[in-house]
Design a protein around this ligand. Structure first.
Ligand SMILES: Nc1ncnc2c1ncn2[C@@H]1O[C@H](COP(=O)(O)OP(=O)(O)OP(=O)(O)O)[C@@H](O)[C@H]1O
Length: 205
């Protein structure tokens, strides 16, 4: 999978958030989108995921050299972000079943293995609305990272995580992030230290 941004700009009302972004994202590489609060990191991630349209420019996705339409792109990515909520009425066990009705597990993982990885075995039958914010964040990350998709998009991945859970995230991404196109929006180095490519939004104002 390859995603290309050609002269991308996005504005809300009359305010341009960024303009003139030309960039190629390739599978097997990882990218950090960096910038101050309000610089447009989440906006750019939503453009890459196809959930928001650019105000100018064009985004194309290709798999094995062939153009991928929006629906196929959506099936090829998983995303964990503060604005994407879990289904709070579900238990963890039901949430996992629901998620994997549409997507596949990473090789070597299954439901029970994922619950172990999340370290949430004792809470698997608890409704997500009763999870702490850190438990919810771990669930979102585990679902996104342990799904077999070529594209993995993470927005502020360690929000609400304690020090131990930050190390847990770093191990999970190193175990399951390989050979994928990984994009992390962040302003905290421990979230994106594995990313070899950096996009500074201040360059596109
Ligand atoms: N739907 C919207 N309508 C109007 N303005 C919006 C909308 N979504 C985002 N914005 C504005 O776009 C700018 C960029 O927001 P965005 O959330 O992308 O920034 P960010 O870099 O992810 O910020 P943070 O680090 O605080 O999460 C902000 O000024 C925000 O107010």
């Amino acid at each position: 999978m390859e995603i290309s941004l050609k002269n991308i700009g996005r504005r809300f009302n009359r305010d341009w958030i960024f303009r003139g972004i030309n960039y190629n994202f390739e599978q097997g590489k990882s990218y950090a989108i960096l910038g101050r609060n309000g610089s447009g990191k989440s906006t750019l991630l939503q453009l890459i995921s196809g959930s928001l349209s650019p105000s100018e420019g064009r985004i194309t996705a290709k798999a094995k050299g062939k153009l991928v339409d929006d629906e196929d792109l959506f099936a090829s990515l998983t995303i964990a972000a503060p604005y994407l909520e879990l289904i709070e009425e579900f238990t963890l066990s039901e949430m996992i079943d629901f998620h994997f009705r549409f997507k596949s597990y990473q090789a070597g993982t299954d439901k029970s293995n994922l619950i172990d990885l999340l370290e949430l075995n004792s809470s698997k039958n608890k409704a997500l609305k009763y999870f702490s914010s850190g438990m919810k964040q771990r669930t979102k990350l585990g679902l996104a990272i342990c799904t077999d998709t070529p594209v993995l998009l993470l927005d502020e991945p360690t929000s609400n995580l304690d020090t131990q859970a930050i190390s847990w995230y770093q191990k999970l991404i190193s175990d399951f992030g390989r050979n994928r196109l990984v994009v992390v929006c962040s302003n905290q180095e421990h979230e994106y230290q594995f990313c070899e490519n950096h996009i500074q939004l201040s360059d596109y104002k």
